[in-house]
Design a protein around this ligand. Structure first.
Ligand code: ADE
Ligand code: ZN
Length: 353
């Protein structure tokens, strides 16, 4: 693995930049907790009296210089521990919707790190109410829609059943879409979660999993074959095994690619083009996502900018964005309505370009 290095801000052609900012978007892989930046987490920690592994806001900010996945996980876990009240969750949800709306992200499927929530300080009914209130207020004020996917942290496998029950109850309320799997891949293979995923599938939950980020193609195969994952978070290391690339292409399993996150965590080689080019060329359905935008100092729009700077043209970027709409867990009617709006936007943009 190469030394991680934060990608520098990228400059793209002004007209393309305007289009990327204005285009209606769908985002499928973003963590609600990871959307908070260091200052917001610091403020939450102070408000709730939760100690952080730094004495000052500046020290805490310095902690966000990621070295590798394990270091990232330490930051992420500390940040998640500062969220202690129902009001925190309502605030985070509404703020998140506002941020998505400001980027014209009209629909988002966002992860909740549910292994840290179950058995935590906020009783589940209050948590569900707070999240529902937050997204409803955000939608009413800002016009963007957000639904959640609770995920199991792989290194906390004992929480998987509780997360499944949480996911099931949130799903019944129309707030949650399915079940996810995140956290450290090394030492925590997909097969450990097989039974929980099978039960989630029987309950009608949609299934996704992070894989092929810090472990290679075998982990992606496991997510598909043992868990029945319908989309893979990251998945970029499938490229290490042609048979796994073929499997994904034949089963039409899309990848939720998160370029800046990959550079920060050393999953993509610093100073080299992101492997998404090879994945697209191999015929895989890729989508573009920010993963933990507050932690990695990025936005979904920045992710498109980064790819533009690496040679992706407008048509390709628009197609990647359309892929997200195509593979989102929307009903056919919702997808068709959204597509019609996008087509109208594209026609208007072409006419004025
Ligand atoms: N949780 C938040 N971000 C993650 C990532 N990039 N990989 C696995 N789990 C995560
Ligand atoms: Zn992720």
């Amino acid at each position: 693995m190469l030394t991680p290095a934060a990608p520098r801000p990228v400059a793209v052609d002004a007209a393309l930049d305007r289009r990327l900012r204005a285009m209606p978007k769908v985002e499928l892989h973003v963590h609600l907790e990871g959307a908070l930046d260091a200052d917001a987490v610091w403020a939450m920690a102070r408000r709730n009296g939760v100690p952080l592994p730094a004495d000052t806001a500046e020290g805490w900010r310095d902690f966000y210089a990621f070295r590798d996945f394990d270091h990232f996980l330490r930051v992420y876990t500390a940040a998640a521990g500062t969220m202690r009240t129902a009001a925190d969750w309502a605030f985070m949800a509404e703020t998140f919707v506002a941020g998505q709306a400001a980027q014209h992200v009209r629909y988002t499927e966002a992860f909740l790190s549910a292994s840290f929530m179950v058995g935590g300080p906020v009783p589940e009914p209050d948590l569900l109410d707070a999240l529902a209130d937050g997204v409803a207020a955000g939608e009413a004020r800002h016009g963007a829609r957000v639904r959640f996917i609770p995920d199991v942290a792989r290194h906390l496998p004992d929480t998987q059943r509780a997360v499944l029950e949480f996911a099931t109850r949130g799903h019944a309320r129309g707030l949650f879409l399915g079940l996810g799997l995140g956290g450290p891949e090394v030492g925590w293979p997909p097969e450990l979660f097989r039974e929980t995923y099978a039960e989630a599938g029987r309950r009608g939950l949609r299934l996704v999993a992070h894989a092929g980020e810090t472990v290679g193609a075998g982990s992606v195969r496991g997510a598909v074959e043992a868990l029945g994952a319908e989309r893979i978070g990251h998945g970029i290391r499938c490229i290490e095994d042609a048979a796994v690339v073929t499997l994904l292409r034949e089963l039409r399993v899309p990848l939720e690619v998160c370029p800046t996150s990959n550079y920060h965590l050393g999953v993509a080689a610093a100073g080299r083009p992101h492997p998404i080019r090879a994945l697209v060329d191999a015929g895989l359905t890729c989508t573009v996502n920010a993963d933990d935008p507050g932690m990695f100092g990025t936005t979904l729009t920045d992710e498109y900018r980064l790819l533009a700077a690496q040679g992706f043209g407008w048509e390709e970027l628009w197609q990647l964005n359309r892929n997200a709409l195509d593979v989102a867990f929307l009903s056919d009617a919702e997808r068709a309505a959204e597509r019609a709006r996008w087509d109208a936007w594209a026609a208007e943009t072409a006419a004025t370009a």
